[in-house]
Design a binder for this molecule. Structure first.
Ligand code: ADP
Ligand code: MG
Length: 248
């Protein structure tokens, strides 16, 4: 794009081809700092593939992905994490046998400062940070419960917490409220609205009521391309969007 300094993520002319099938096709996509963007679109539109490309799980065929002016397409996955990108997959990947506290503790970033090379220490700053994050994700009272005993929704929150504790500057969540109760969805909406301050958040979601509640702007993907983009009201009333997605 241009010199707009609030753009944190700039995806340009991005294409990935799987045996000639373009799952993402010449995509241009920009997300600002402090923005919560929701990506919607029919199954197979390329939403998950877009996140795979940004986090380096899938390599682009062509195009560029710049985050805070750093080109990500050339980086290995762990270096993309280091560049401040955190990504949550559809199914929670937590350690079921560890407590909530321990799950957050093992996710605390290592290698910062002198203690990094000495292995892990349960220092006061680690404990404080774990408690802070546990409170944000509504699990403060369950800190010492085994993660395997949490509800499905609470497991999703724990995984969000495991990313938050690393303080990523770009956080990407793939269908975070799938399988959650109505109450848990409401709480998740509040959580996401809070955590997009000071970073960029990209959420893929199908639940339109939830999307309405959280999105600053919505991008509609269809066949690897952008079909529509903008505020929810505008996108929802776009005849093209109604035809390929909302009409069903
Ligand atoms: P969405 O998340 O929007 O439902 P996906 O990004 O998962 O869609 O998939 C987009 C399309 O790309 C689908 O047709 C899917 O089958 C295809 N696809 C995704 N990943 C691969 C892969 N690794 N190899 C081949 N095809 C893939
Ligand atoms: Mg998907």
């Amino acid at each position: 794009m241009d010199t707009n300094t609030s753009v944190a993520l700039a995806v340009e002319d991005l294409t990935v081809s799987f045996d000639g099938f373009k799952a993402v096709d010449g995509l241009n996509f920009y997300v600002e700092k402090d923005e919560l963007r929701v990506v919607i679109g029919p199954n197979g539109a390329g939403k998950t593939t877009l996140l795979d490309l940004i986090c380096g799980k899938t390599k682009a065929t062509s195009g560029s992905i710049k985050f805070m002016n750093k080109e990500l397409t050339k980086l290995a996955e762990h270096n993309i994490v280091r560049a401040g990108v955190g990504r949550k997959f559809q199914t929670p990947s937590i350690y079921e046998n560890l407590t909530v506290f321990e799950n957050l503790e093992v996710s605390f970033p290592r290698g910062r400062g002198v203690l990094g090379c000495l292995g892990f220490r349960r220092t006061p700053d680690v404990i404080q940070r774990v408690e802070e994050v546990a409170e944000q994700i509504f699990l403060k009272d369950l800190l010492h419960s085994e993660a395997g005993l949490l509800s499905h929704g609470q497991k999703q929150w724990l995984e969000i917490g495991m990313l938050l504790i690393q303080d990523p500057e770009l956080l990407m969540l793939d269908e975070p409220v799938a399988g959650m109760s109505v109450k848990e969805r409401e709480q998740t909406a509040e959580l996401l609205k809070r955590i997009c301050k000071g970073r960029s958040v990209i959420v893929i979601e199908h639940d339109m009521e939830f999307v309405q509640r959280i999105a600053h702007r919505v991008t509609v993907l269809h066949q690897g391309k952008i079909l529509a983009e903008g505020r929810m009201e505008k996108v929802q009333s776009d005849p093209k969007v109604v035809e390929v997605y909302l009409g069903h």
